[in-house]
Write a protein of this length. Sequence first.
Length: 296
Amino acid sequence: MGGYSAAGIAIWQLYGLGWSDVDGLTNGVRFGAISTMLGILCVAGLLWARKEVVTDVWRWRLALGVGALSAWYGSLMSGTRGAWVALPVVFILFCLALFSKRNLYKGTALCAALLIAVSAWIAVTPENPVKTGYRNAVNDVGDYFERGIVTGSIGGRFAVWDAAVMNIPEKPLLGWGVKEYRQHLERQVSDGLLDPYVLQLSHTHNMYLEAAVYKGLVGLLTVLALLVFPFYYFGLRLRSPCMNVRIFAVSGTSLIAVFSILGLSHIGLYRNDILLFFLVSLMTLWACMRAEEYSL
């Protein structure tokens, strides 16, 4: 239902409201990340929908397959790239959990077919979000590193990251207060140490730098603990002899991987929508996985 809703909102905002980018009634980056994760969970559901688990297997697979495509459509139409970067890591996690000598050939063929399909879509679609995002990223990076000009979202991120790295060592343990840090940035801009663009951004666009700036080492370790410990315990079960346990394990590790990597360019877990989605999904997947283990 989440995947279908993502596509429905995207279609409504694109064609009903005439918008060029979808924000999902919240924020484009966060909507795109949640939609990406919903698609991944639907793919995991396809592996779960087997004869020994459900009746009407093909109805389940059809519903989940369409759900995955719908969710990824919503993600693509958001035009954001933050969660897409995590897809290679998610792919590796699925390979670790599911590939064996018995299904290696089929798995390789499926991955090759998927790669060819995605490459063909990118090649034949003149103006798609992937091409547009890549082109904008190249321009922003070139402007920042070659010409010293802060332009676009990526150039702005580099500027606020430089500011954070410069200021974290001054208060490494407990960090700066929000108001105090803002005043400090204003002084640095007036002294010519930083580009004025840093004052236009409301946050650092990096979850880890955000924690280190405002909460110091204490806050950063807390954020890392929230991600590392669940990933470790889900990861222990990626090669479980029970297929259902493995499916929940790969879903849990993928969830953490997506939002950990998203945190490199956005402060996702500092926002209520992503935090709620992350925590509810994490607890649900853990509970389902443990229930499967207890039933063995």
